[in-house]
Design a protein around this ligand. Structure first.
Ligand code: ADP
Ligand code: MG
Length: 390
């Protein structure tokens, strides 16, 4: 689960990670009121920051300095409601519904600090670079040697010397060195205790008055651990997610919208990936990834149909179910029942393989519905291509 920068900073602050205060606003008046409170605390420079679930806001015009309350008003007016385009949003951009008003910081230098899971080593990895700021992707691609990495053994956790390695790698000395060691340890604690899959500070900055702090914060929480963090789960902002994906999650369906024209419904993530490949090889483009899980029943199949059909690009649907634990005849009954409840006016190709596959095919053939059936995946894919061409 992704959260906004202001939420990430709230979480980080709870763990003592140094960052700026700020106020989140959905109206210009609230933004101005927030800036006035910051001013009362001594701020003379403000930053207005678009809160969307995508990085690269600075380059896209979603991070603006303001030197007066009047400028905060102007910037907020311009930013609230704008379609912000960054390299992480779609080409149409993402609508800005919330902004963060925060202290403007006098930056000396920008650094990068991130923690994520390194699956190839089964360990968390801390990554740090002196080349922080808005071009970190370019650094990773062109000069990966400028990114220092330290792996944390999960059985013993982070050790002091590892935090010091990071502080050395970033070239800190004296008090900033100490601040950096503390920062790394606290960030790691936050990452671990809140079950993050990513905690990224870009930029981490040094300031004119000798402080080290997070100017930006990007946190992803592991969805599978959210059940034990009710407070964090409440931070979910479904406005930032694809509406079809939100609907699918209500039915516990793993759905990811893509740009193609063949809707697919599959049981099992691996088979879903394979099915998408086959669709591509046969000349189609998958419109989505949809894993209905191990037990494809009439309710989940019907919900799957409804979600797939809401995507106007879908020109054909391929159902690919392997009957392992679930029996194909039961799935076929589910498909027939669901297809009766949902108006499907595009070609539907169903491939059932495994336990009771023949019985399943018979049920589909005798249903009176316009369903193409297949047993081999290749055959199914060819029928899809044929349907698209027709
Ligand atoms: P994004 O990563 O989405 O572009 P950031 O929060 O990292 O957004 O902001 C982009 C750049 O804007 C930063 O690298 C920094 O130079 C500047 N910036 C962001 N917040 C502040 C702030 N509070 N004070 C001064 N400059 C800031
Ligand atoms: Mg950033």
């Amino acid at each position: 689960m992704k959260v906004h920068e202001y939420q990430a900073k709230e979480v980080l602050t709870q763990f003592g990670v140094a960052t700026q205060g700020g106020y989140v606003a959905t109206t210009v008046e609230d933004a101005v009121a927030g800036a006035k409170k910051l001013q009362a605390n001594g701020a003379s420079l403000f930053v207005v920051k678009a809160q969307i679930h995508a990085g690269g806001r600075g380059k896209g015009g979603g991070v603006k300095l303001a030197r007066s309350i009047e400028e905060v008003r102007e910037r907020s007016e311009a930013m609230l409601g704008m379609m912000l385009k960054t390299h992480q949003t779609g080409p149409e951009g993402q609508k800005v519904k919330k902004i963060l008003i925060t202290d403007g910081v006098d930056i000396v230098k920008e650094y990068y600090l991130g923690i994520t899971l390194d699956r190839s080593r089964n360990m968390n990895v801390i990554m740090a670079s002196t080349e922080g700021g808005v071009e970190i992707e370019k650094v990773a691609e062109e000069t990966p040697e400028l990114i220092h990495k330290v792996w944390i053994d999960p059985t013993i956790g982070i050790q002091g010397y590892q935090a010091r390695q990071i502080a050395f790698a970033l070239g800190f000395q004296g008090d900033l060195f100490k601040q950096c060691v503390g920062f790394v340890l606290k960030l790691y604690k936050a990452y671990e205790e809140t079950d993050c899959s990513l905690a990224e500070i870009n930029p981490l900055v040094t300031t004119k008055d000798g402080k080290l702090m997070a100017l930006d914060g990007k946190i992803n929480f592991d969805d599978n651990a959210l059940f034990r963090h009710k407070d964090l789960a409440e931070m979910r902002d479904t406005d930032e997610e694809d509406p079809l994906e939100v609907e699918a999650s209500e039915f516990h369906l793993n759905y990811i919208k893509l740009d193609g024209n063949v809707g697919c419904m599959v049981n099992g993530a691996g088979l879903a990936m394979g099915t998408m490949d086959i669709i591509k090889i046969a000349g189609g483009e998958p419109a989505n990834f949809l894993d209905v899980g191990g037990s494809a029943n009439p309710q989940t199949v019907e919900a799957g149909f409804r979600i797939i059909l809401k995507d106007p690009n879908v020109k054909a649907i391929l159902i690919n179910v392997f009957g392992g634990i679930v029996r194909c005849d039961r799935v076929a009954l589910g498909v027939v029942e669901a297809a009766k409840n949902v108006n499907i006016n595009i070609p539907l190709i169903v491939r059932l393989q495994g336990t009771n596959a023949e019985e399943g095919q018979e049920i589909l053939k005798n249903s009176g519905l316009k369903i193409e059936t297949a047993i081999l995946l290749k055959e199914a894919a060819e029928k899809v291509t044929h349907a698209l061409a027709a």
